[in-house]
Structure formats: structure tokens, C-alpha cells
Design a protein around this ligand. Structure first.
Ligand code: SAM
Length: 295
């Protein structure tokens, strides 16, 4: 077993050797605690037959822990300055492929096909760059990748919203957009002290496991997300009020909205935050014939 990259001493050595300076704009907060890394990886339940997709390897702190557990690791890094560093730090591992790319622009499905042939169990495991957490998750979910799920670190406030249940303050359209595809739970809350440099916000690791069957079947998924976004636009307002304001031609068509709410069995005086994902699904389908502009 090689010496961990993620000890504070070794990390400092590596950064000095390469004259590396952190770019805040790229969300560069590196992990410097091997215990946290082991803990993150354990939540992914990898085996020697698994594949791991990582976003943003940094200097390879998490990558090497993944390489020790999985058959193959593919890691996407946007910052070119890190490529020679990674070549050096990850040289003991022959099962890691670094792809120099913005994850948001990468054809991840194609990379999986090329780099992970025959691997059936694939997890995304990452300490995400916080400035693009939600776009990265939504992209990887919308790409319909052949993966089991995600174990990812992010800002705690976003983790709370993603995993929130109906009736709570954190519950909103992000909870619905994510929980439509996966079951979501917080795996652990992480102190600021395990990062270099320390971020200004608290962090948490969440685990997302893809549903075998979606919690609700709908005519048009994007329309479901539009309806849920409209319903949460002003949290203090009723669902009727928010839909009137948020749907195209909603203002002129109060009667049609009331009819759809009745069909879906939802009181017009309720607030969006009380509706389950199943209720949003039903409501979206009842509104669809009158308000979906893409039909
Ligand atoms: N995995 C390392 C660790 O835990 O120490 C670094 C994590 S750091 C929070 C985020 C990493 O993502 C950085 O290496 C950063 O350069 C990279 N990154 C930022 N935006 C990216 C993007 N759009 N695509 C790929 N990598 C990105």
C-alpha cells in the first residue's frame, strides 16, 4: 500500500513541488483526511468488479482510494495544470483513466462504453466542485447512464434540499427533480477542517441510488418539473395561486387549473411544499392537455 496523497503533509509537498495555486472559480477544495476518504468510498459499496466515475480528481486524493477498491476508475478533470500532477501521484495505479474535460461537456456514456466494457456495477463518486453541483447532477441523471447511483460531497445546504421530504422547509423543486430518478439520503456531514483550503460553507456527502421503477409515471417528465418549479415559486402562496402565475396562460385559465386540481385530488388551498412527488405527477398529467406548450 502506498502512502496516502491526502495527508496534510503530503498534500503540501505535492502542491509545492508543482507550484500549484488553488482556483476558487473551479471549486478547488481538496480533501486532506484519509479517514473521510475511506468513509466516502465505503458508502459506495464498491467491489473489485465495480467501476467508479469521478468528477474533479484534484491531485488524486479520492481517486487513489477508488483505485484501491474498484476495477476501473475514470476521472474527469477540467484544470489542465493538474494533469502532470495526477500522472505523478497516481502512477502506482494502472486502473485509472484521467479524462481532461469539463464534465458538463463530456459524453460520459461514450467514455463508459470505451473504458468500462463488461463492468456492470458503476457508481459516480466525487467531491464535487460546489459552484456546479446541481448542473452536474442533473446532467448525469438526464444522460441516463448505466450506473447504480452516486456518492457525492457537496454544500450541506444543497444536500438538505436534494434529500428533503414533503412538509419540510428544504423541500422544493430540486428535491423533486432528483428524487424522481433516485432515492436520496445524507450519508454523512463533513467538517470544514478536512479541506484545503477550508470552504466557507458546511459540507455533506449524499448517497443517491437509482429507482428500479420511477415513483410515478407521467406523460412528460419535463412538464412535471415545470409544474413543481411553478408550485414553489412563492412558498407562502397556495398551489392555485402559484400555478396561475407560473403556467403559460395560467392567469386566464383559473377554471382549468381548479379542474385539474380536483381531478388530481388536491385542495387548491394547499401549498406546494405539502405535495408528494406522486401528487405532483398526478397533477402534472391533469394539467398537461391544457398547459403543456410543447405537445
Ligand atoms: N477530488 C479532489 C479532492 O477531493 O481532493 C478535488 C475535489 S475539488 C472540490 C473539485 C475538483 O473538480 C477540482 O479538481 C476542479 O478543478 C474540478 N472541476 C471543477 N469544475 C469542473 C468541471 N466542470 N468538470 C470537471 N472537473 C471540474
Amino acid at each position: 500500500m502506498y502512502k496516502d496523497i491526502a495527508t496534510p503533509v503530503r498534500t503540501k509537498e505535492i502542491l509545492e513541488k508543482y507550484g500549484f495555486s488553488f482556483k476558487k472559480s473551479l471549486g478547488q477544495n481538496f480533501l486532506i483526511d484519509p479517514n473521510i476518504l475511506r468513509n466516502i468510498v465505503s458508502h459506495a459499496n464498491l467491489t473489485e468488479n465495480s467501476g467508479a466515475i469521478e468528477v474533479g480528481p484534484g491531485i488524486g486524493a479520492l481517486t487513489e482510494h477508488l483505485a484501491r477498491e474498484a476495477k476501473k476508475v475514470v476521472s474527469f478533470e477540467i484544470d489542465q495544470r493538474l494533469l502532470p500532477v495526477l500522472e505523478d501521484t497516481l502512477s502506482p495505479y494502472d486502473n485509472v483513466k484521467i479524462v481532461h474535460s469539463d464534465i458538463l461537456k463530456a459524453d460520459v456514456a461514450q467514455v463508459i462504453e470505451e473504458e468500462m466494457p463488461g463492468i456492470e456495477d458503476i457508481m459516480v463518486v466525487a467531491n464535487l466542485p460546489y459552484y456546479v453541483t446541481t448542473p452536474i447532477l442533473m446532467k448525469l441523471l438526464n444522460d441516463r447512464l448505466p450506473i447504480r447511483g452516486f456518492v457525492v460531497m457537496m454544500q450541506k445546504e444543497v444536500a438538505d434540499r436534494i434529500t428533503a421530504k414533503p412538509g419540510t422547509k428544504a423541500y422544493g423543486s430540486l428535491s423533486i427533480a432528483i428524487q424522481f430518478y433516485v432515492t436520496a439520503e445524507i450519508a454523512m456531514v463533513v467538517p470544514k477542517t478536512v479541506f484545503m483550503p477550508q470552504p466557507n460553507v458546511d459540507s455533506a456527502v449524499i448517497r443517491l441510488i437509482k429507482h428500479e421503477n420511477p415513483p410515478v409515471k407521467v406523460i412528460d417528465e419535463d412538464f412535471l418539473f415545470e409544474v413543481s418549479r411553478a408550485s414553489f415559486a412563492q412558498r407562502r402562496k397556495t398551489i392555485l395561486n402559484n400555478l396561475q402565475n407560473g403556467l403559460v396562460n395560467g392567469k386566464q385559465n383559473k377554471e382549468l387549473i381548479l379542474k385539474a386540481l380536483e381531478e388530481a385530488g388536491i385542495e387548491p388551498s394547499r401549498r406546494g411544499e405539502t405535495l408528494s412527488i406522486q401528487e405532483f405527477g398526478k397533477l402534472a398529467d391533469c394539467l398537461y392537455p391544457h398547459f403543456c406548450v410543447r405537445q
